[in-house]
Ligand binder design. Structure first.
Ligand SMILES: [Cu+2]
Length: 496
């Protein structure tokens, strides 16, 4: 090749390289400054919010309450002009609300009519590892899985969703999620008429590609897809007709990655009465509340006749990463009070005993560093047990997020007490029983975790980030609960 031709070629290649770098930098900057979503004041609120049906159940001769739950594919009107292909339980999207009383034995016959293997995990439930529904309890297409256990924990708002390793984000995003209420007939008097003054709000954000769900996150959205459409109980642009002076809203963040920072548009106060694992010691008056994926909050809102107020999500304190949605502003649902409202009893001053782990003997302190898609530098391995805890002991788990990305941390089987949050006493909203804790960049939390009742040296429970793409990418580990002196064994191997 003549030298001049070579030089021309070299210059052309170099110019292309410079252009590519400049183009990428430009895209990066464009993406950084245009990734914020703002729908405040732009949502029509033209559909009455759907209320998930209460699941039918029957009581077997031995007293066990039995539910049927079929996982199926279908199509759902999500407001996109044409039906959206979705997945659901007992229907095309989300699932019925399961209810059982504390102390009851339950069994759920889970039928998988999906075209692929999945699982169903009972989030927040204290149960044997074999019933947990994590990645070690796969249900093949056409199969039925029938976990059973006795409800033995505080009354609470729990939920259920798939947990197949590496596929959880996709299965949940398509619509597989439902609520599981644990009731206490002897509990304090609270608004409790389902769908009237005790209303579930399952909040999810979706991104659409035409009328189909867009399952592919943007280049820098390491946590997964962030959507500009908020669904409540599967309803886009929802409003809720309120007929009582007090309304109890059981809010579940069933989003894959988005954390909400809830406020009302008129900055009204509300009372937080319960967090993940049950009632708080006392109602806590708030004007704002952060809820990361999988967290639940029960709030009571006071309404006057003919009033309207919009629940919205504003910028999340502590998270200014534009690709995690922390700067987004979203209208969620409008509450519309009727012309006359039925009176409601006042909230009790005391609701439940506070968590009591602080005086426990601590037998082990363990650290969990959440970075990239790993915990303590290692990715999830189905065949590795990361730690063994002894039954009837309490441990201190120190969870750290030194990352630039927000994470959270969920522990199966237990409800923990947060003893320290960001180096201080936990605020009132984190002072009750919790199974998931939000960790914006640079935040630490100390959890007091007690292991009770069920042991199995081979079958692990999970601990993981509930940003589902992080979980799928490996930010998860496995623990077993063993008898005193018992050594951890080996998890089962699965053949797909
Ligand atoms: Cu994470």
């Amino acid at each position: 090749m003549p030298v001049r031709t070579f030089l021309k070629l070299f210059a052309a290649v170099a110019a292309l390289g410079v252009l590519a770098v400049a183009g990428f930098a430009g895209y990066l900057g464009w993406s950084y400054f245009t990734s914020d979503i703002d729908t405040v004041g732009q949502v029509e609120f033209d559909r009455a919010v759907a209320i998930p049906p209460l699941a039918d159940s029957r009581v077997a001769p031995d007293g066990t309450r039995v539910f049927d739950l079929t996982m199926q594919a279908g199509e759902t009107d999500l407001g996109q002009g044409a039906p959206t292909p979705t997945w659901g339980f007992e229907g095309s999207y989300l699932g019925p609300t399961l209810r059982a009383e504390v102390g009851e034995k339950v069994r759920i016959d889970v039928h998988n009519e999906l075209p692929e293997t999945s699982t169903v995990h009972w989030h927040g439930m204290h149960l044997p590892a074999a019933m947990d529904g994590g990645p070690h309890q796969p249900i093949a297409p056409g199969d039925t899985w029938s976990p059973h256990w006795r409800i033995d924990q505080q009354p609470a708002t729990l939920w259920y969703h798939p947990h197949p390793h590496g596929e959880t984000a996709r299965h949940v995003y398509r619509g597989l999620a439902g609520l599981f209420y644990l009731d206490d007939p002897d509990g304090p008097t609270l608004p409790s008429t389902y769908g009237v003054d005790d209303v579930p709000l399952v909040v999810q954000d979706k991104q659409f590609d035409g009328h189909e769900l867009d399952e592919s996150p943007g280049l820098f959205q390491s946590g997964g897809v962030l959507g500009d459409t908020v669904l409540v109980n599967g309803t886009p642009g929802p409003y809720l007709e309120v007929s009582t002076r007090l309304i109890r809203l059981r809010v579940l963040n069933a989003s894959n990655t988005r954390t909400y920072h809830f406020v009302f548009d008129d900055e009204r106060t509300f009372d937080l009465i319960a967090s993940d694992g049950g009632l708080l010691p006392a109602p806590t008056r708030l004007t704002e509340l952060t809820l990361s994926p999988a967290e639940r909050a029960e709030i009571v809102v006071r309404m006057k006749p003919r009033e309207r107020t919009v629940l919205r999500s504003l910028e999340t304190p502590g998270d200014n990463n534009p690709w995690s949605g922390g700067q987004d502003r979203l209208d969620v649902i409008e509450l519309r009070a009727a012309d006359s409202l039925t009176s409601s009893p006042d909230l009790p001053a005391r609701l439940a005993e506070p968590p009591d782990r602080a005086d426990d003997e601590i037998v082990a302190t363990r650290e969990f560093r959440l970075t990239g898609s790993a915990i303590n530098g290692v990715d999830m391995d189905m065949s590795r047990i990361d730690l063994a805890a002894e039954v009837d002991t309490t441990e201190r788990w120190v969870v750290r997020n030194p990352d630039g990305n927000p994470h959270n941390f969920h522990v199966h089987d237990v409800q923990f007490q947060i003893s320290s949050y960001d180096g201080a006493e936990p605020p009132p909203e984190l002072a009750g029983w919790k199974d998931t804790v939000w960790l914006p960049p640079g935040t630490d939390a100390e959890l007091l975790v007690r292991f009770e009742d069920y042991t199995d040296p081979n079958l692990p429970y999970m601990f993981h980030c509930h940003v589902l793409r992080h979980e799928d990418d490996g930010m998860m580990g496995q623990f077993v609960v063993v008898r005193p002196g018992q050594q951890p064994g080996a998890p089962p191997t699965h053949h797909h």
